[in-house]
Design a protein around this ligand. Structure first.
Ligand code: ZN
Ligand code: ZN
Length: 258
């Protein structure tokens, strides 16, 4: 008999996404497994990051946060960078987190955001949006810069207030893990996302964090269906996909999904 082996594949990568050059800042959001490696693969330099943001205490959102903080602080030798996270991620809450060691929190600026908090970082505003998911302290993030608003739901199930939480978004990014109306507790399916897109009315809607089953269920077809039903351009993120935020902003900005 041949040697047994198992290969674990990441059909869709779990490295989160990066927003580059928003008011001169480079931000990595939810750096899960592969975030560091994929950054290099897609031609992005982790050394030029300014912020790392982690929405909640699940491994697929935080596992590479510490290595990215090491990149920012040049191996923890400089006081540099900012880590923004939920209370569970930074301090721990009941059985959730903490997700980042005290050592890795010792050099960057550390910011805890609770659902509903709004903070200003220079010209960039960040609001922590509500979620209903396993981690009770989990948040999404809404960024405001000049006339541009980018909203990220993170992992959450659909609830009525979610539309209000993400109101005003020009670009709406959401974790959508199943096609059609296949609801799973704590997560959105494509039909839920369609309702959210309809309510929020962004200029562009992006489904990310697609579940393994959804990937084989034709996510592009679901994106087309939502586009037709809502009249709002909707896309399914692909690994390494790059969105030009130029049409929403005066200056060159890019967002990379991985
Ligand atoms: Zn999660
Ligand atoms: Zn997740």
């Amino acid at each position: 008999m041949a040697d047994a082996f198992a290969t674990i594949t990441q059909k869709r990568m779990t490295g989160g996404f990066r927003i580059d050059d928003i008011n001169g800042k480079n931000i990595h959001v939810d750096p899960g497994p592969g975030a560091l490696v994929r950054s290099y693969q897609f031609g992005l330099n982790p050394l030029n990051l300014d912020w790392v943001m982690v929405s909640h205490s699940h491994t697929d959102h935080y596992s590479d946060a510490e290595v990215l903080l090491e990149a920012i602080t040049r191996g923890m030798t400089r006081k540099k960078g900012t880590i923004i996270g939920s209370r569970s991620v930074i301090e721990g809450y009941k059985k959730w987190g903490p997700c980042i060691s005290k050592y890795h929190l010792s050099k960057p600026k550390v910011v805890i955001m609770e659902p509903g908090d709004e903070k200003k970082f220079g010209k960039i505003g960040v609001k922590a949006t509500k979620t209903i998911h396993g981690d009770p302290k989990g948040v999404g993030f809404q960024f405001k810069y000049e006339n541009f608003t980018l909203s990220y739901t993170s992992d959450t199930e659909y609830f009525e207030e979610l539309q209000r939480e993400h109101k005003g978004a020009d670009v709406l990014i959401a974790s959508v893990i199943r096609a059609g109306n296949e609801r799973i507790r704590g997560h959105m399916c494509a039909d839920d996302f369609g309702a959210l897109v309809d309510g929020v009315s962004p200029k562009l809607a992006v489904m990310t964090h697609l579940g393994m089953k959804f990937i084989t269920d034709n996510p592009e077809g679901e994106a087309r269906r939502i586009t037709e039903e809502t009249g709002i351009k909707t896309i399914a993120a692909r690994d390494g996909m790059r969105l030009d935020l130029d049409e929403f902003l005066s200056k060159q900005q890019t967002l990379d999904e991985f």
